[in-house]
Design a protein around this ligand. Sequence first.
Ligand SMILES: NS(=O)(=O)c1ccc(C(=O)NCc2cccc(O)c2)cc1
Ligand SMILES: [Zn+2]
Length: 263
Amino acid sequence: SACSSRSLLSQMHPMWQEPLAVPGGDRQSPIDIAVPKSVFDPQLKPLVTRYDPRTCQQIWNNGYSFLVEYDDTTDKSTLYGGPLEDQFRLCQFHFHWGENNGWGSEHTVDRLLYSAELHLVHWNSDKYTLFEEAVMENNGLAVIAVFLKVGKRHEGLQKLVDALPAVRHKDSVVEFTKFDPACLLPENMDDYWTYSGSLTTPPLTEAVTWIIMKQPIEVSHDQLAVFRSLLFTSAEEDVQKSMVNNFRVQQPLRGRTVRSSFS
Ligand SMILES: NS(=O)(=O)c1ccc(C(=O)NCc2cccc(O)c2)cc1
Ligand SMILES: [Zn+2]
């Protein structure tokens, strides 16, 4: 799908060696969501997600996370509403997690760390024709973030967990179809925070309207342990490195306001 350009990503240094500074970086992500400072905005609309499981294509280990990629050549899996003025097309989802259940999320809520964080990545298909274009534009992207906490087993996630051993190494790809990402959304889709930010991995472009769901989803310890069995390294490399702690450090708010859809 258009949203995963292999060449660009694989040529980058491991993102965890933070780039020194981002040109004019005053809207970088992730951030801490200081709930008492967030501003209720009654004009925020309900989020509308319409995902077609038939657009699910493959899982790819890109050496930073594993991406579940969707066919984004038509408007079959879309997001609109919430803070968004246009319609956005789902291109992929991926996760960030820690080496243990104590940390792993990129965003925090009043400094509370979750064990992992899901990102559903969409681009503005009303304004642009390709992900590559949208990612260079202010608010060309919309990412829904869902926190993961360890608790009961997530039945919908298991199909994905079972496919992960097939993409253990960087640059491996496996066909993966008929997966409905809606099963990973929390029951409560009314309560979210939203702010203007960036990609959390290089090139860190400031193109993202972030939509952070208040209610986490629960996954089991064992399901999360399978995420940690993935590797940053390709099959050829002689030193294998576990894919863990693939989150970015928190960034300054620089005067931005985080709005909430709930009071
Ligand atoms: N963690 S995140 O959701 O902020 C995120 C989402 C998408 C991407 C991404 O697609 N990176 C690849 C990329 C970036 C810019 C231009 C491209 O052609 C590809 C990176 C981070
Ligand atoms: Zn992400």
